[in-house]
Design a protein around this ligand. Structure first.
Ligand SMILES: Cc1cc2nc3c(=O)[nH]c(=O)nc-3n(C[C@H](O)[C@H](O)[C@H](O)COP(=O)(O)OP(=O)(O)OC[C@H]3O[C@@H](n4cnc5c(N)ncnc54)[C@H](O)[C@@H]3O)c2cc1C
Length: 387
C-alpha cells in the first residue's frame, strides 16, 4: 500500500498527463503548479508547429484528447493549431482529468527517510513517496556568449516576449534559424517592426510536413517528431533508448535540426531581410541600440536583438532540488540518466519532458511524448511498493 502520495511538480502537458494517468489508476497524487503557465507566456499570434495528432495531452483510453475537446465545444479542426485554442484545450483537460490541482509552486525537494519532503512557497510541506519533476524548460533559455552582457532592454530571449506590438517601428535582428526564430520574424514584421533574420546555417522548410494524403502515416508517425525515416523510430522511445549514446545523439541532432513550418514561408520570404550562413561574432550596446559584428565582415545597428537560441536543460539548475540531491542524480551533459520508468538513480525521483531528452529522445521535447512518459511513470508507481 502506498502511504505517501506521488507529487507531480508542474502542470504543463507532461505534469497534467502524468497526473491524469495516476488519478485514473487511483494512485494518491498531488499536483502543484499553474496549469499551462509556460504556454500562456508564448507570443500572441503563435501557432503550433506540431500536427493535430501530436498535440493531445494524454489520459487513459485517449480520453480528453483534442478531438473530444473539439466535439465538446463544437469547434472545427483548426490547422495549424492557434495558441489560444491549445491553451484553452489544456485548461479544459486539467478541469476534467486533474480537477484537484494545487496551483502553489514547489520550493524544495529533499530526501526524507525512504521518500521525500516537498516544501511549497506558502510554507506548507508534504511527504511524498515519489516525485515526478515535470517543470519544463522555461528556466533554461539559452543566451549565447556574445549577448550575455547586454541589458535585457536591448537583447532578450524570445521566451521573454508575448506582445510583439511593442516593437512597432523598431529595427530588430532575430538570431536563429528554427521555428521560433522564423515565426518571431514573421510576427514582428506583421506587428510593424523592420526585421532581419540572421541564421548560422541555411533556412530550411518542412515542406512535406503538411502533406495530409493517404501516405501520411508512412511518412509521419502520429507523434510527429523528426523527418520521414526517423520519426517512426522516435515514436518508440523505449526502443530508441537502447541505442548507443553516440547514435542517439546523431539521430537527435538530425531530428530536431532548425527548420520552419511551410505555412511560414509566405510570411517571411520577401517580407523580411534574411541573412544565412552568418554568425554574430560580437554585440555591443551603443547609445543608438545594439551594434552587431557578423562573420561576413558586415555590421548592423538595431534597436533590439531577439535571441531565438533555444533551451539547454540542466538538472543542476532546478532551483527546488538542492545540490546535495542533484549530486546524487546520475547525469550526462546535464541531463538525468533515466531508466525505462523515467526514474533517475535516486529511487522514486522521476523526470519527464525536456529533461528526459537524453534517455528517451527528442520526443520528450514535444507534447506528443507526454503519453509514453505518463504511462511509464504510472506503471512504475503501480508496480513498486511505495514508502
Ligand atoms: C515557442 C515555442 C513553441 C513550441 N511549440 C510546440 C509545438 O507546436 N508542439 C509541441 O509539441 N511542443 C512545442 N513546444 C515545446 C513545448 O514547450 C513542450 O512540448 C511542452 O511545453 C512540454 O511540456 P512540459 O509539461 O514538459 O513543460 P511546460 O509546458 O513548460 O510545463 C511545465 C510547468 O511547470 C511549472 N513549474 C516550473 N517550476 C515549478 C515549480 N517549482 N512548482 C510548480 N510548478 C512549476 C511551470 O510553471 C510550467 O507551467 C514549443 C516550445 C516553445 C518555446
Amino acid at each position: 500500500m502506498q502511504t505517501h502520495p506521488t507529487v507531480v511538480i508542474g502542470a504543463g502537458p507532461y505534469g497534467l498527463s502524468v497526473a491524469a494517468h495516476l488519478n485514473a489508476a487511483r494512485l494518491p497524487t498531488l499536483v502543484f503548479g499553474k496549469p499551462m503557465e509556460f504556454w500562456q507566456g508564448m507570443p500572441h499570434g503563435m501557432k503550433l508547429r506540431s500536427a493535430w495528432s501530436a498535440s493531445s495531452l494524454s489520459a487513459p483510453g485517449g480520453a480528453y484528447n483534442l478531438d473530444s475537446y473539439r466535439t465538446a465545444i463544437g469547434a472545427p479542426q483548426q490547422l495549424p493549431i492557434p495558441l489560444p485554442f491549445f491553451i484553452d484545450y489544456g485548461l479544459w483537460f486539467q478541469r476534467n482529468a486533474v480537477p484537484d490541482l494545487d496551483p502553489t509552486y514547489v520550493e524544495s525537494v529533499t530526501v526524507d527517510g525512504g521518500g521525500f519532503r516537498v516544501g511549497l512557497v506558502d510554507g506548507r510541506t508534504v511527504s511524498a513517496g515519489r516525485v515526478v519533476v515535470a517543470a519544463g524548460i522555461d528556466r533554461y533559455a539559452h543566451v549565447p556568449g556574445f549577448a550575455s552582457r547586454l541589458p535585457e532592454s536591448v537583447a532578450s530571449h524570445t521566451r521573454a516576449h508575448h506582445d510583439f506590438g511593442l516593437f512597432r517601428g523598431a529595427t530588430v535582428a532575430v538570431v536563429g534559424g528554427g521555428q521560433s526564430a522564423i515565426e518571431s520574424a514573421a510576427l514582428l514584421h506583421e506587428a510593424g517592426a523592420q526585421v532581419e533574420l540572421i541564421a548560422r546555417g541555411p533556412i530550411r522548410w518542412l515542406k512535406l510536413h503538411d502533406y495530409r494524403g493517404p501516405g501520411r502515416r508512412l511518412l509521419y508517425a502520429p507523434s510527429d517528431v523528426g523527418p520521414p525515416g526517423l520519426n517512426w523510430l522516435l515514436h518508440f522511445p523505449l526502443v530508441f533508448r537502447r541505442f548507443p549514446v553516440r547514435t542517439r545523439k546523431a539521430i537527435t541532432r538530425r531530428a530536431v535540426r532548425p527548420a520552419g513550418a511551410r505555412w511560414l514561408i509566405d510570411r517571411v520570404v520577401g517580407q523580411v531581410r534574411i541573412t544565412t550562413q552568418t554568425e554574430v561574432l560580437r554585440a555591443t550596446h551603443e547609445p543608438k541600440g545594439v551594434c552587431l559584428q557578423l562573420s561576413d565582415g558586415s555590421t548592423r545597428l538595431v534597436d533590439h536583438l531577439f535571441l531565438a537560441t533555444g533551451y539547454r536543460p540542466n538538472v543542476q539548475k532546478l532551483p527546488f532540488i538542492p545540490p546535495s540531491l542533484a549530486g546524487r542524480v546520475r547525469q550526462r551533459d546535464g541531463f538525468p540518466v533515466l531508466d525505462r520508468w523515467l526514474e533517475s538513480s535516486v529511487r522514486g525521483l522521476h523526470f519527464v519532458g525536456g529533461l528526459a531528452d537524453h534517455s528517451y529522445g527528442p520526443i520528450c521535447r514535444f507534447v506528443s511524448g507526454a503519453d509514453v512518459a505518463a504511462r511509464q511513470v504510472t506503471a512504475s508507481a503501480a508496480r513498486t511498493p511505495a514508502r
